[in-house]
Design a protein around this ligand. Structure first.
Ligand SMILES: Nc1ncnc2c1ncn2[C@@H]1O[C@H](COP(=O)(O)OP(=O)(O)OP(=O)(O)O)[C@@H](O)[C@H]1O
Ligand SMILES: [Mg+2]
Length: 132
């Protein structure tokens, strides 16, 4: 099992590569095809938000353990404008960018654990886990 996957996301090309690498990482970690795709979709949505709202950011994928099993954790962070109202940002169909506004709530549904931390003016960090 490979160690952590740590990448900077600052372009479409970076994002595409990180999505592909995350899919492979999840499969190697033991996730079946369907959950691997869910993880890749989550990575894609969070990486897309970085490009759209912050310009660039950091991506980390790693293995995690708990007494009843193991899984993976992604941490996606940026030093962009942050989010003033995180409750609003988590609602279906809220978008400040004119798109569907389904990215963050979608990621929450696709993953087993989801935490959003944001300080306006400082940046945003999302941590999400999925268990095998
Ligand atoms: N990394 C971020 N930095 C700053 N604001 C963010 C970030 N990610 C999300 N947001 C804010 O949260 C809102 C909701 O994000 P979400 O991904 O759910 O929707 P969206 O990106 O607007 O639309 P979609 O993902 O469906 O194309 C965004 O419109 C934006 O205002
Ligand atoms: Mg989005």
């Amino acid at each position: 099992m490979s160690a952590e996957l740590r990448r900077k996301i600052s372009s479409e090309m970076d994002l595409r590569r990180v999505v592909l690498e995350s899919t492979r990482y999840s499969q190697e970690a033991g996730f079946d095809e369907a959950p691997s795709r869910m993880i890749a979709t989550a990575v894609s949505e969070l990486g897309r938000n970085i490009l759209k709202y912050a310009g660039s950011g950091e991506f980390l994928l790693r293995h995690v353990k708990r007494p009843s099993g193991r899984g993976i954790e992604m941490q996606v962070s940026d030093h962009g404008p942050g989010i003033n109202d995180t409750e609003q940002a988590m609602q279906d169909n809220f978008s400040s960018g004119g798109t569907l506004g389904l990215g963050l709530p979608g990621v929450k549904r696709l993953m087993d654990e989801f935490t959003l931390e944001s300080s306006p003016g400082k940046g945003t960090r999302i941590t999400a886990r999925k268990w095998i």
